[in-house]
Design a binder for this molecule. Structure first.
Ligand code: 13P
Ligand code: SF4
Length: 332
């Protein structure tokens, strides 16, 4: 029998004290303790996206990161059970990379407007319209869509992947699906001709350049603005830096701006406060309703019952895994 180290509750609370009052923390201690006990009993690992609420991100997650890190860390985990504290396409990617493990999605309704914007039939129609052009799909897509692609990418590696697949296939253009804003960002960084689709993230498309201008004015220009590349081009143009959620975290840790505005989902800044106590995070964010479906209570319930499980039909596993693994091999 392995004796689990005692959970240091004070240290856990210390990482989220800026977001939760002591009373709120006291109320969730029993479920945090239960999740840690269940993880040990089930030999489970919790993968959590940077947009999870602080009590999940700091309280119960084993691995945190952006979509790229979560896909990388899902490979070769020794756990028998993976709990995806994120959205459905992330759990599907984990399942495709670990078909023999149990992958739990605490709330099956946690979707994504980008994943919903495109179907496998759309990809087949685009291939027919652009014969010979390689297809790169954003990781924010269903396994069915990934199965139709040549490669997939995340916001953290999109430029590198587009250039790699163009070079490998000898093509001067790449179909880049489905996010039109990420496509425009990639186009601004590469000479490869990007053929976009009409998808968008319902959270990041709500920002406008005037949001940034007015906040800069409020602080007399004394603020660093970082935007996610799923934002419209005018927003990225008005920001000081653009990058995936992990690249945003790295930028803040390295550059240590005195004051920062993160143009992305609300929990991102809340989760970075603990590691960057000297940085002032200015709040002006939009919430992803899908990410926010994941709670401590439904994580605990999924570990108790080992349900709901994400399953991917056998005929899609191999083909969608090929796109994900091709992406991972470019990064290696
Ligand atoms: P990242 O890969 O940057 O974490 O983005 C995922 C996502 O869903 C952003 O909206
Ligand atoms: Fe999808 Fe946007 Fe939510 Fe990310 S923030 S999961 S891209 S809807």
């Amino acid at each position: 029998m392995t004796v689990q180290p005692r959970l240091d509750l004070d240290a856990v609370y210390g990482r989220m004290r800026d977001s939760l009052t002591p009373v709120e923390w006291k109320l969730i201690v029993p479920v945090v303790e239960e999740i840690h006990r269940l993880k040990a009993e089930r030999n489970a690992v919790i993968l959590a996206h940077n947009y999870m609420k602080p009590e999940i991100f700091h309280g119960v997650a084993d691995i945190v990161g952006d979509s790229l890190a979560l896909a990388q860390k899902a490979v070769g985990t020794e756990a028998d059970v993976i709990v995806m504290a994120g959205v459905h396409f992330m759990a599907e990617t984990a399942k495709v990379l670990n078909p023999h493990k149990v992958v739990l999605m605490p709330d099956m309704r946690a979707g994504c407007s980008l994943a919903d914007s495109i179907t496998a039939a759309d990809v087949r129609a685009l291939r027919a319209k652009h014969p010979g052009v390689p297809v790169c799909v954003y990781v924010n897509t269903s396994a069915e869509v990934k199965a139709e692609a040549d490669i997939c990418c995340t916001s953290g590696n999109a430029v590198k992947i587009v250039e790699a697949i163009a070079a490998e296939t000898g093509s001067d253009s790449v179909l880049f699906l489905p996010d039109k804003y990420l496509a425009a960002y990639v186009q601004s960084q590469t000479k490869v001709k990007i053929i976009p689709f009409d998808g968008a993230c319902e959270v990041h498309e709500q920002y406008s350049a005037s949001d940034i201008t007015s906040i800069r004015a409020d602080y007399d220009g004394d603020i660093t603005v970082i935007a996610h590349p799923e934002c419209p081009s005018e927003v990225i143009g008005a920001a000081d830096f653009a990058g995936s959620t992990a690249q945003m975290a790295d930028f803040v840790a390295k550059e240590k701006p005195a004051r920062v505005l993160l143009i992305t989902e609300c929990s991102m800044g809340d989760n970075l406060i603990a590691a960057n106590p000297a940085v002032e995070f200015v709040r002006s964010c939009h919430m992803c309703p899908h990410m926010k479906r994941i709670t401590l209570d439904n994580i605990a319930a999924s570990l108790r019952t080992l349900e709901p499980r994400v399953e991917v039909p056998a005929h899609l596993i191999e083909r969608s895994r090929a796109s994900v693994e091709r992406m991972l091999s470019v990064g290696r």
